[in-house]
Design a protein around this ligand. Structure first.
Ligand SMILES: *[C@@H]1O[C@H](CO)[C@@H](O)[C@H](O)[C@H]1NC(C)=O
Ligand SMILES: *[C@@H]1O[C@H](CO)[C@@H](O)[C@H](O)[C@H]1NC(C)=O
Length: 166
């Protein structure tokens, strides 16, 4: 009788083992070392991401930001001039996670931008390096007003136009 449970036991053991592997992968992706291009990021499933938005609008107004994905909605936030606001999330299994933000400020108009999309921010073979800490400066320039920057010295910002289309 005692042995009838054995296959279950082995199955449970295997499941725990897989879970442990999985959790350690998550832990790795949450490691505090936030290098500009962290190895493994963009390849690991469910990579942890940290998006930071820095208000640099030229006329020093409050920046109103509303970011959402198909699953999360952070509501409207108000970032004082030269202040930052940030959020964290995990890229989902199908790597389709996208966050779109709406930006408004006094005399700045109303603009949209994909603050995170896998093709730009999490593709090891894409045009731009994968970011784990994705830092964005908003409003410094009229032509290309939103720039992804790297904290470490020696990197030029990657600046983009608004994505106001549908
Ligand atoms: C903006 O903030 C940064 C960091 O908090 C600070 O070092 C800098 O002096 C500020 N810039 C201005 C112009 O206030
Ligand atoms: C992954 O996220 C995207 C958008 O964030 C969503 O549309 C999609 O359904 C999600 N897929 C899974 C498997 O959760």
């Amino acid at each position: 009788m005692a042995f009838t449970n054995k296959p279950h036991f082995i199955l449970m053991f295997m499941i725990s083992f897989i879970l442990i592997l999985f959790v350690s992968a998550l832990d790795l992706s949450n490691a505090p070392a936030e290098a500009p291009t962290s190895d493994g990021d963009g390849l690991l499933p469910l990579a942890g991401k940290h998006v930071v938005i820095h208000n640099k609008v030229k006329n020093r107004q409050i920046l109103n930001v509303h970011c959402r994905s198909s699953e999360d909605d952070f509501g409207m936030v108000h970032i004082p001039w030269n202040g930052t606001w940030d959020f964290r999330f995990h890229v989902n299994f199908s790597k389709t996670t996208k966050f779109r933000c709406h930006f408004t400020w006094y005399r700045g108009g109303s603009h949209y931008f994909y603050i995170f999309k896998v093709s730009r921010d999490d593709s090891p073979f894409g045009h731009f390096p994968v970011c784990k800490e994705c830092i964005w400066e908003v409003g410094k320039d009229d032509e290309n007003p939103i720039c992804r920057i790297v904290r470490e010295k020696g990197y030029l910002p990657w600046c983009f136009k608004w994505e106001d289309g549908p």
